[in-house]
Design a protein around this ligand. Structure first.
Ligand SMILES: Nc1ncnc2c1ncn2[C@@H]1O[C@H](COP(=O)(O)OP(=O)(O)OP(=O)(O)O)[C@@H](O)[C@H]1O
Ligand SMILES: [Mg+2]
Length: 250
């Protein structure tokens, strides 16, 4: 059976997509699940955040029809694999929009994700062809939302895109949950924004939230997920809770 595929999407930049994808993948891997991160962002933050570099094949080749088995590289962490990205992936945006059926390439490539229990797709900050491919290939979408004043901005458009892709390309697509990131419990603003997001999305919002914390921000500069950088940090504990909720939400 192919692994369950999660897309981490929000066209807004810097909301915690990559941080959430790599840390949740690391939690799942540590729990004994075989987890694959596919870095779909030419910025390649998920790649460097896991201490990897694409010197050779990358997601670009995946979208070009190369087999997943040859592209998924083991990381230094047990059970955790990566299809790395490189800046050239930016070129795929143009090519995909020109190819016939260009929205379904990733879905086709992930058909053979049998060796993995979970596949996590880290999307770029746009609703362009790479994100559309991710949504066409995913079972579920995780929507990280930065807990700040403009949090809800753009979410209506994202939900609209998800619904469109569900209707047109991928009927099994559903939102796994909205994840509040960079929550600052000391500020009134953070509490207000959290309340507003919960009012708007109700049970779709994960109970667990990710606190704003320097440890979370530091970890990628060491090429380590939080489980390995500082497993007792509040951020690591938060991502464990989110991972458990994610698995419980089918
Ligand atoms: N909980 C947190 N506490 C503090 N800093 C955080 C937290 N989560 C993420 N960050 C930092 O915020 C920045 C943006 O996070 P991240 O790269 O995960 O967002 P993104 O949505 O993937 O961004 P992009 O849209 O550019 O791909 C990064 O520098 C990251 O280290
Ligand atoms: Mg990112």
């Amino acid at each position: 059976m192919p692994g369950k595929v999660y897309a981490f999407a929000n066209q807004k930049g810097g909301v915690g997509k990559t941080t959430s994808a790599i840390n949740l993948a690391a939690c799942l891997a540590e729990a004994g699940e075989r987890a694959l991160v596919v870095d779909l962002d030419p910025q390649a933050n998920a790649t460097s955040g896991l201490g990897m570099r694409a010197n050779g094949t990358s997601t670009y080749d995946l979208l070009d029809g190369a087999p997943l088995t040859s592209l998924a590289k083991p990381t230094q962490f047990a059970n955790l694999f990566l299809v790395p990205s490189r800046p050239e992936l930016a070129g795929a945006v143009v090519e995909l929009s020109q190819r016939e059926d260009g929205e379904r390439y990733l879905a086709a490539a992930l058909q053979e994700s049998d060796g993995f229990d979970f596949v996590l797709l880290d999307c770029p900050p746009s609703l362009g062809p790479l994100t559309v491919n991710a949504l066409a290939a995913a079972d579920r979408v995780v929507v990280p939302v930065q807990t700040e004043y403009y949090a809800l901005e753009g979410l209506a458009q994202l939900v609209q895109s998800i619904n469109l892709i569900k209707t047109r390309l991928n009927p099994r697509l559903a939102i796994a949950g909205v994840l509040l990131t960079m929550v600052d419990t000391r500020t009134r603003l953070s509490a207000d924004v959290e309340a507003e997001v919960r009012k708007h999305f109700g049970a779709l919002v994960f109970d667990a939230v990710v606190p704003r914390s320097v440890r979370v921000a530091e970890a990628p500069s060491h090429g380590l997920p939080l489980t390995h950088y500082d497993r007792r940090s509040r951020g690591a504990e938060a991502y464990w809770k989110v991972a458990m909720e994610l698995v419980e939400r089918t």
